[in-house]
Design a protein around this ligand. Structure first.
Ligand code: K1U
Ligand code: ZN
Length: 183
């Protein structure tokens, strides 16, 4: 089932997600992970955090190299954490499914060692560089209530926030003009 992706400035994007305990890996949580993968492919994206679908649990899905006609192997990871970081690099023209109509270069760690659990509670480790490292950092930021616009200059962020608020006001006016004041 596709889940709606929360959009900035929804306050739920700012919540800190809680760790998942072993006995919380229920059929419902597995269904949430499957729904998140389906939603990520549908958007489309290469990652998605549970925070973005309004669930404050430390769960992410990622698939860096899927294609429409190829095999899909989404990683579904619980409690991911960065245990080592090395160097700095620019993530070029990064985007976010929760921050519409904005892309920017972002300064991030160049290499990260990530520890996480699978849904079967195996301990996993990923030594990630380049896009994989940037995606891990982006998704773990979501679990901490942080967005990539928090990592760009204040000037760029302020300009985006102003443009986004204007866009939301315009959409609201259009709904009202059409006789649908809600939402
Ligand atoms: O968490 C998200 O909002 C998903 C985001 C992840 C991400 C992208 C780039 C760098 C770091 C993290 C996205 O997937 S944005 C869309 C995107 O990058 C993409 C979409 C389709 C094909 C390839 C990339
Ligand atoms: Zn994002």
């Amino acid at each position: 089932m596709l889940r709606p992706v929360l959009q900035f400035p929804d306050p739920r994007l700012r919540e800190k997600a809680q760790p998942v305990a072993k006995d919380e890996v229920t059929p419902e949580l597995r269904q949430l992970a499957a729904d998140m993968a389906e939603t990520m492919y549908d958007e489309p994206g290469i990652g998605l955090a549970a925070t973005q679908v309004g669930v404050a649990k430390r769960l992410i899905v990622m698939d860096l190299d899927w294609s429409d006609d190829g095999e899909r192997n989404p990683r579904m990871l619980l409690n991911p954490e960065i245990v080592r970081r090395e160097g700095r690099a620019t993530s070029e023209m990064e985007g976010c499914l929760s921050v519409p109509d904005f892309k920017s270069d972002v300064e991030r760690d160049a290499r990260v060692l990530v520890r996480a659990r699978s849904l079967d509670w195996e301990e996993l480790e990923f030594d990630a560089t380049e896009l994989e490292a940037f995606c891990f950092q982006h998704e773990i930021d979501h679990l901490d209530g942080m967005l990539f616009i928090d990592r760009v200059s204040k000037l760029k962020r302020d300009l985006y926030v102003r443009r986004r608020k204007k866009q939301l006001r315009r959409e609201q006016e259009e709904r009202e003009a059409a006789g649908h004041p809600g939402g």
